[in-house]
Design a protein around this ligand. Structure first.
Ligand code: SAH
Length: 385
């Protein structure tokens, strides 16, 4: 088969490292990802054809830019060059939401006008470290988070007035203070400067609150396909006791709650749990509850108390799950486990523990959540034999 390139390559391709596969035609990218999942998961079960995107561009609803100055003292913004702290200028990126990119460029242009400085990492001087923009593609709401080294925001009022004049689509602005020498973007302290401090998105027919710090899937078009697959795999009939582990803002559990008896969610990030509880309330969902805890510890306690459930959704971070969680899961022995994973390596490792413990893999569905990058997401259905 001959492959045709479907876009002009990004001028920052070599320096940025954000999209490792963009020099490869999209159809071929999907074949490569399919091959990777086949190699890791094919031993358990036949892998279904990957679900790709029709329009694999500008899919990211969350954009983050680092701020700094160049050798001549001019403010720059963009991404860190891979494995370094040198900023590569990015004004528009083929993965990122266009509105978010325009807002970031405008903030960069406005800084000198308002005598605000960008942070200098080596010297530890200056003010603005990062700008984070989250936009809901369904409601159009936009959140801007200014991450600064100090809470002192000179000319805050006129700066905000000008930003909102240029971008009336912005619905909320926050100031986050990060005064630590860290590669983490957000600091602990957060102050709402404009609007309600969060945005709302509609996904699978439900409204979800997104705050600055809580995890939310970055590709909404594919997320609906991902969650749809996970819920279909769960085979719910209306009466099941469901556990949503690593639940973030409760999205999978809430979307599944219509088809289940009751849903318990567990999540480590307190902000995400707060959002999950608000999400249940705002959607009028009465059969879900959420706990802020380490998922492994929570499961171990549940197993020790003799609690059981019928279906477990698990969606851990890239590092995968842990022994405590998997042992407790085997002990509780739910009928079905739906494992959503953003890292096929740790997925294969964890699935091997579950198959050794008496489960069989029934379905493996890769989903392309991150076109042009090397990442691939998978949904796996395991049933007790
Ligand atoms: N299911 C959610 C979130 C998936 S991301 C969604 O689709 O949006 C993984 C989540 O696991 C993150 O919210 C992260 O905060 C949480 N997490 C990480 N380690 C954890 C742990 N040890 N216990 C519970 N949750 C954890």
């Amino acid at each position: 088969m001959e492959y045709v390139m479907d876009h002009t390559p990004c001028p920052q391709l070599k320096k940025c490292g954000g999209c490792q596969m963009q020099h490869i035609p999209y159809v071929r990218q999907l074949e490569i990802k399919q091959g990777k999942v086949n190699a890791l998961m094919g031993k358990f079960c036949r892998v279904e054809p990957i679900i790709g995107m029709d329009e694999p561009y500008h899919y990211r609803n969350k954009v983050q830019a680092a701020f700094g100055t160049d050798a001549r003292g001019k403010v720059i913004s963009g991404v860190y060059q891979s494995s370094s702290h040198r900023i590569v200028c990015v004004d528009d990126c083929m993965l990122e939401d266009k509105t978010a990119d325009r807002i970031i460029v405008d903030i960069r242009r406005m800084l000198p006008q308002f005598k605000l400085s960008a942070y200098d990492e080596r010297r530890g001087t200056g003010w603005l470290r990062h700008v984070l923009v989250k936009r809901s593609f369904s409601t159009g709401e936009v959140m801007v988070v200014l991450v600064a080294a100090t809470p002192i925001f000179k000319l805050q009022k006129p700066f905000l007035a000008e930003l909102l004049r240029r971008h009336p689509e912005i619905t909320t602005v926050l100031l986050n203070v990060n005064n630590k020498a860290t590669s983490l973007v957000l600091g602990k302290q957060e102050k709402v400067l404009h609007g309600k401090g969060y945005i709302e998105d509609v996904l699978c027919g439900q409204r979800f609150r997104i705050s600055a710090k809580s995890f939310y899937q970055i590709n909404p078009v594919q997320t609906e396909k991902l969650y749809g697959t996970a819920i279909a795999f769960a085979g719910l009939t209306g009466s099941e006791k469901v556990l949503d582990a690593y639940c973030g803002t409760g999205t999978i559990g809430l979307a599944a709650s219509r088809f289940a008896g009751e849903v318990a969610g567990v999540e480590l990030n307190a902000d995400a749990v707060r959002d999950a509880i608000a999400n249940a309330k705002c959607n009028g969902v009465k059969n879900c509850w959420f706990t802020c805890a380490d998922a492994g510890r929570f499961m171990t306690e549940m197993a020790a108390q003799g609690e059981n459930c019928d279906v477990v959704f698990m969606d851990p971070p890239r590092a995968g799950s842990d022994r405590a969680f998997l042992s407790a899961l085997l002990h509780m022995a739910p009928k079905r486990v739906v494992y959503v994973s953003c890292n096929p390596e740790t997925l294969a490792r964890d699935v091997a523990v579950l198959t050794d413990g008496g489960y069989r893999v029934k379905r493996v569905q890769p989903v392309d959540m991150f076109p042009h990058t090397e990442h691939v997401e998978c949904v796996v259905l395991l049933s007790r034999t």
